[in-house]
Design a protein around this ligand. Structure first.
Ligand code: ADP
Ligand code: MG
Length: 298
């Protein structure tokens, strides 16, 4: 089987922990083990990954002098996390059997998202701090549900993966490819733009572009829930894509977290994929086996 595995940005760095290289090495190891177990059974795997905590870290580091814009920072985190993932895979696969591809995605320059930035990045600020940064750099701030102000950037819909053919050829040659990190660098009219593409939507494009059989999204929750967080919450063990789409439009899955994952799974199957699954990184292998997480069928 051709399998695409999307790893959540929080899979590398628990939100409660400060960002460190050591912490990343430990967390990436868990992901590498899941990938290796699947490969060992004769399947081919491509890995995509988030970068929220990491790109937020670099945005904060440069807040007194933003030398690089968000497109470059996304590319930087693709290199950084790609390097850590391929290094972890080396131990299992042998050196040089996996490769990370700096990935760009095309978006529409007129995507309505550019007029309505919604994706939170970086840390929380007081109102005065936010106002000063907004004046200085033209950054847009919104109130974060956790309290305080946080920068928001546009999250345009990914239309096409620029490096898709290169990724496909590497994959077909047998390399374990890491691609689409952080949703890819958004570009329009051939230039990078300030924004963040949802990594799950970009991953679904890559999975469909490869003709993958199985698209797996691993995150920090053990599946997709109806009425999540309420006393009557209920985990979906197996669900057909039509039924899941109905729940999606009923508003069970918030934008910015579970919403895009569910939409990405739906998109993948609508574009010809056989099945998708959403589950916890720690249960990654069991999710692959169909024993854990939420299994989404055609
Ligand atoms: P990632 O970094 O892996 O992309 P996100 O934080 O974006 O992870 O999305 C996963 C989060 O979605 C979970 O931690 C969970 O709190 C939240 N969530 C929101 N709604 C639901 C739901 N209906 N079912 C499961 N998880 C949900
Ligand atoms: Mg996310």
């Amino acid at each position: 089987m051709k399998v695409v595995i999307a790893l959540g940005g929080n899979a590398f760095s628990r939100p409660a922990e400060p960002i460190t290289q050591e912490g990343h090495l430990r967390n990436v190891e868990a992901a590498a083990r899941v990938v290796y177990r699947i490969i060992q059974e004769g399947h081919r795997v491509l890995v995509t990954h988030g970068n929220g905590p990491q790109v937020g870290f670099f945005v904060e580091l440069q807040k007194d002098r933003p030398a690089f814009l968000l497109d470059s920072l996304t590319a930087a985190t693709q290199g950084l996390l790609g390097y850590l993932i391929v290094s972890a895979l080396d131990k299992y696969l042998g050196r040089g059997r996996s490769v990370a591809v700096v990935t760009r995605v095309e978006v529409d320059c007129d995507d309505p998202a550019f007029k309505d930035p919604t994706k939170f990045i970086g840390s929380l600020y007081t109102e005065e701090e936010a106002k000063a940064l907004a004046e200085k750099y033209g950054w847009v701030f919104k109130r974060d549900p956790r309290g305080g102000m946080r920068r928001v950037v546009p999250s345009p819909t990914p239309l096409k993966v620029v490096e898709m053919e290169a990724i496909r050829q590497l994959f077909e040659e047998g390399f374990v490819v890491v691609a689409g990190g952080g949703g890819g660098v958004p570009t329009c009219d051939g230039r990078g733009v300030e924004g963040v593409v949802d990594k799950d939507l970009a991953s679904a494009l890559i999975a469909a572009g490869l003709g993958a059989d199985f698209f797996i999204i691993l995150t920090d929750v053990d599946g997709v829930y109806l009425n999540y967080g309420k006393p009557n919450q209920k985990k979906l063990a197996t669900v057909r894509v039509d039924e899941l789409e109905k729940y999606y439009y009923e508003g069970h899955f918030p934008p910015g977290s579970m919403g895009p994952k569910v939409l990405a799974a739906i998109n993948f199957i609508r574009r010809g994929g056989k099945k998708a699954a959403i589950g916890a990184l720690e249960e990654g292998y069991e999710v692959f086996k169909g024993e854990k997480g939420t299994q989404i069928l055609r």
